[in-house]
Design a protein around this ligand. Sequence first.
Ligand SMILES: Nc1ncnc2c1ncn2[C@@H]1O[C@H](COP(=O)(O)OP(=O)(O)OP(=O)(O)O)[C@@H](O)[C@H]1O
Length: 212
Amino acid sequence: MLTVSNLTKAYNGHIALTVPELHLAAGIHYFRGGNGSGKTTFFRTVAGLLPFSGEIVLDNNYEITQNPIDYRMRVNYAEAEPLYPSFLTARDLVAFVGKAKQSPAGQVDALGELLGVDAFWTKPTGQFSSGMLKKLSLLLAFLGTPRLILLDEPLTTLDVATTERLFTYVRQLRDEQHVSFLLTSHQDVSLTGLSITSVWQVSSGVITQSEL
Ligand SMILES: Nc1ncnc2c1ncn2[C@@H]1O[C@H](COP(=O)(O)OP(=O)(O)OP(=O)(O)O)[C@@H](O)[C@H]1O
């Protein structure tokens, strides 16, 4: 599903991440590691948000820098700590991202109801609680027809009822549409009830395979 080769990511000349070779099959992959180990850097790089050197290929077909549009149409990302321009509402952001991701008819309203964003569609995001921001960022990450969704700390600040609905939906996307997921969490991932395909430990910018 995803192949990473010869990846190096540096901030201001300081290397934060090196991934010589990483192959992820279709499924749900869990990345864990201490604060500052490189998890978000890896996710933001795979999401196409950071410049880096190396190669990232989705489904043996879409290389992130050679096929940037095809790649980005298929890879979605929910930030650990989402931030949006404070004057925009959830509706504004969903309309913008939904158009870019070619969201199918009815998807926005169904996801709004599933994640409870429909309770605050018209409120400016500057007035959101942290849980409301998290719900909106998750909704945005499901828009369109992604093949891979990166969920960076989806459990933080999310209420219990929404967490249950979220992971039921993740299971459904995996089982019925073969969508893959990369997940980070400082919480116990068994709380998600997901069967995890593989576990990876991130330490000082190096990723190694691990076990639950
Ligand atoms: N924008 C940035 N500029 C410079 N250095 C950065 C930047 N973002 C992250 N780093 C550095 O890169 C390293 C990895 O950070 P990263 O955010 O990827 O860690 P993380 O594993 O996601 O941590 P956490 O669990 O705390 O979220 C850290 O040393 C951090 O200081």
